[in-house]
Design a protein around this ligand. Structure first.
Ligand code: ZN
Length: 256
């Protein structure tokens, strides 16, 4: 398989990729509207020569299919696909193969090698079958990943990369069988996350990474794609992620 990221990572200049955790119903009671607002963000990024790496859960893939977006985003925008898993939020079709899953357990690394293998296999096959391909990268829900996860992904799938905040305690990888594309972060909480900080702080983090001439992997979440989503009010986030992305794009373009 040819990996876009192989070539991309060899470039010597700084660059920015926006990664999005494309969640399911555990975080998102407004899934359809959020999915329907994905395209405008992909368009904004693509027009500015920025790739968007989508980490997709089975439920999100199902909704993308339902609104006929899979082929469209593949053909029209600069997108890369990745797999995202929250083990306690899976469609019945996958769950029935993994009866050991505990509904109150959020972390993939809680499970044994053999259990993770089943979870990963059925999730990977599920989104692949819907037309999400090629799948190049992996991100665990709550950044949960361990050595078993990387080993399984290497053995069982075409996935070559993993992308997490390595400072989080949930990141338990020691012997990595994948290549890291780590989220740009200073520590456990200070990561280049579109919705976390005010725009001044966010801009300063980006500029720091640009000055270090790094490949910068930013992060955001699909439940914020709809500018009217309840998360904005609940968590007092403004401006919205589309507007925040525009601010970052201005900085990126000035430095290119
Ligand atoms: Zn998630």
């Amino acid at each position: 398989m040819k990996y876009f990221l192989d070539k991309y990572l060899k470039k010597t200049n700084f660059d920015f990729i926006l990664t999005i955790d494309c969640e399911g119903y555990n975080f998102d009671k407004n899934l359809k509207n959020n999915v329907l607002n994905l395209e405008s963000l992909l368009k904004l990024n693509s027009e500015n020569n920025i790739y968007t790496l989508l980490f997709i859960t089975p439920y999100f893939a199902q909704m993308l299919k339902e609104v006929n977006l899979i082929e469209k985003i593949k053909n029209n925008y600069k997108v890369i696909f990745g797999l995202h898993i929250h083990p306690n939020n899976l469609p019945e079709e996958i769950e029935k193969h993994c009866t050991f899953i505990k509904s109150d357990e959020d972390l993939l690394s809680y499970y044994s090698y053999d259990q993770q293998k089943l979870i990963i296999k059925y999730c990977y096959e599920y989104i692949l079958k819907l037309g999400i391909e090629p799948i190049q990268a992996f991100r665990g829900g709550y950044f949960s990943i361990d050595d078993n996860t990387t080993k399984i992904l290497n053995e069982l799938t075409d996935i070559k990369y993993e992308s997490h905040n390595v400072y989080r305690p949930e990141y338990k990888v020691i012997k990595n069988e994948l290549t890291p594309l780590s989220v740009y972060a200073q520590n456990e909480t200070e990561e280049l996350r579109l919705e976390y900080f005010n725009t001044k702080k966010l801009s300063e983090m980006l500029q720091k990474g640009i000055d270090e001439n790094k490949k910068l992997f930013g992060i955001t979440h699909s439940y914020l794609l709809d500018p009217n989503d309840l998360h904005y009010k609940r968590d007092n986030i403004k401006p919205n992620i589309h507007e925040r992305m525009k601010i970052l794009i201005d900085i990126i373009n000035k430095n290119r």
